[in-house]
Design a protein around this ligand. Structure first.
Ligand SMILES: Nc1ncnc2c1ncn2[C@@H]1O[C@H](COP(=O)(O)OP(=O)(O)O)[C@@H](O)[C@H]1O
Ligand SMILES: [Mg+2]
Length: 219
């Protein structure tokens, strides 16, 4: 970690429909009710330029976007997010909860689009000046369950969600590979568990990180 601050940085990762937004909101509410300053944010987005990039990269109708262009657009949005939003909030002592971060690019562009994990990680290390989460909560979802959940009601799928199950299966395995490579930085949970059980397990892990936190030490 290249900054010194008392904040805590948590990322929610996993496939579409895994329950990231649901659990990010639950964790944020639980921590706020315990008196913590919390910043909940999402990717792509989180800044005005990031939200514009979000709609460019996720909406249908901008023609073909090749894999490298797509990876650079996500990394550009993330660079703004890291420098303008996440770092200042961490420096101010907040708990930052982001709905997706670097792992999503490694999974979607690295594995899903076939660019490879290494190049996408290097690009994103550069974009964020090496800002990585203290904890990544990976909600591991079966691609068909994810699709069923996100298309419940009349929701339409964005440009990436509408990719076939094989794409989402490659993504799932890329997320799991990242967690396996650095187990201490991950909490991997089955997305099929019930919402309250997941929320309790996540809060438990985060509370233990907060208890262990030494102000000024994020190394
Ligand atoms: N653990 C769960 N069990 C059953 N349904 C869930 C669970 N978590 C979320 N959902 C539902 O699945 C849908 C997708 O959840 P969401 O949090 O939007 O996923 P994501 O942000 O990962 O795409 C929502 O309708 C949500 O209410
Ligand atoms: Mg979501």
């Amino acid at each position: 970690m290249s900054i010194q601050s008392p904040g805590l940085f948590i990322a929610f990762e996993g496939g579409d429909g895994a329950g990231k937004s649901t659990q990010a909101a639950r964790l944020s509410d639980a921590l706020e009710s315990r008196g913590f300053s919390v910043l909940r944010t999402r990717e792509p987005g989180g800044t005005p330029i990031g939200e514009k990039l979000r709609s460019l990269v996720l909406d249908h109708g901008h023609g073909t976007i090749d894999a490298r262009t797509e990876a650079l657009m996500f990394a550009a949005a993330r660079a703004a997010h890291a420098s303008q939003v996440i770092r200042p909030a961490l420096a101010g002592g907040s708990v930052v909860i982001t709905d997706r971060y670097i792992d999503s690019s490694v999974a979607y562009q690295g594995a899903g689009r076939g660019l490879g994990a290494e190049g996408v990680l290097t690009l994103n290390d550069w974009a964020t000046e090496g800002l990585h989460p203290d904890l990544t909560v990976l909600l591991d979802v079966d691609p068909s369950d994810g699709r069923r959940r996100r298309t419940a009601g009349d929701a339409t799928e964005d440009r990436l969600e509408s990719e076939p199950d094989a794409f989402h299966s490659a993504i799932r395995h890329a997320f799991l590979d990242l967690a396996e490579a650095s187990p201490s930085g991950y909490l991997v949970l089955p997305a099929s568990a019930d919402i309250d059980t997941l929320a309790a397990e996540i809060l438990d892990r985060v509370e233990s990180l907060l208890a262990d936190r030494v102000p000024g030490d994020r190394s």
